[in-house]
Ligand binder design. Structure first.
Ligand SMILES: Nc1ncnc2c1ncn2[C@@H]1O[C@H](COP(=O)(O)OP(=O)(O)OP(=O)(O)O)[C@@H](O)[C@H]1O
Ligand SMILES: [Mg+2]
Length: 266
């Protein structure tokens, strides 16, 4: 029998508003891997996360998480939706927000217990947020909020994190720090991470693999295999050039041009 990994998509396709977003997606992610999901706006990166969360049902094919069909609302996946912002006036304390990630707490059904308090404290410690855990979330900086949200996503024992652009609007230092934190969570806890990003550069030293979503298809592999002129041009179905700058950065040129090839076209 084949050993199943953390995530497996077989011949998967997603349709939204009557339009195929991507098709023929075969993807396997192993437990403990740190995978970056890249691609232009509107390509279907968020849709891919929603498919493995069971929020967007597949139009074709199958998706399995830890060897089982996906279940909406499963504790196994900690999810950070895209563009999550807090009102600056929100008075809830950071530590209480982490606690909201524990089952039942949301509805005020369960009583505080020492075990839960310990679990929350452990997660706050893990993400390095102890110093500001008692401050209102709305007051914290973007990077501090991001750490709290990662703690919240992990607190109920998630074995997989689905993070939709968690590095957006962070400065370079914080992008680096959060990427490092995620890397160490993968390594020390065996948590599988799928992280949607717009720029590969800040995460390049940390990721095991990239998944590129473009032109209605998905390609995965080591960064140096996938982020190449020929590979991306074929995937996008439109000319794309990958440049390597003298300071070691990777720049993908032409990726913001409209995607001409779409699965609906044929
Ligand atoms: N509920 C919906 N109904 C119809 N179309 C949708 C729906 N949600 C998303 N779409 C469309 O599906 C496509 C993929 O959206 P998705 O949010 O997955 O893209 P993305 O790669 O995450 O883009 P971005 O980088 O801008 O976040 C887009 O064209 C979007 O407009
Ligand atoms: Mg998105």
């Amino acid at each position: 029998m084949r050993i199943l990994g953390a995530l497996q998509l077989d011949h998967a396709a997603a349709r939204l508003g009557g339009r195929l977003i991507w098709t023929e997606v075969d993807l396997e992610v192993q437990e403990g891997e740190f995978v970056a999901i890249l691609g232009p706006n509107g390509a279907g990166k968020s849709t891919l996360l929603k498919a493995l969360l069971g929020v967007v049902p597949l139009a074709e094919g199958s998706v399995r998480v830890f060897g089982r069909p996906v279940r909406r609302g499963s504790d196994e996946i900690g999810y950070l939706p895209q563009r999550r912002r807090f009102d600056p006036d929100l008075r809830i304390r950071a530590v209480d927000l982490v606690r909201l990630g524990l089952d039942g707490e949301r509805w005020g059904m369960s009583l505080p217990s020492p075990a839960k308090t310990n679990r929350v404290a452990e997660m706050v410690e893990l993400v390095g947020a102890a110093a500001y855990q008692d401050r209102p979330i709305g007051e914290l900086s973007g990077g501090e909020q991001q750490r709290i949200l990662i703690a919240q996503a992990l607190v109920s024992g998630a074995r997989m994190l689905a993070l939709d652009e968690p590095l957006e609007s962070l400065d370079l230092n914080n992008q680096q720090a959060i990427s490092e934190l995620i890397r160490s969570i993968c390594q020390t806890r065996g948590v599988t991470v799928l992280l949607v990003a717009h720029d590969i550069n800040p995460i390049l030293p940390f990721v095991d693999r990239v998944v590129y979503v473009a032109g209605g298809h998905v390609l995965s592999g080591k960064p140096q295999e996938v982020i190449r002129t020929e590979t991306l041009t074929a995937l996008y179905g439109t000319p794309v050039e990958v440049l390597h700058t003298s300071d070691g950065r990777i720049v993908v040129v032409g990726q913001y041009e409209p995607v001409t090839h779409h699965p609906d076209d044929h």
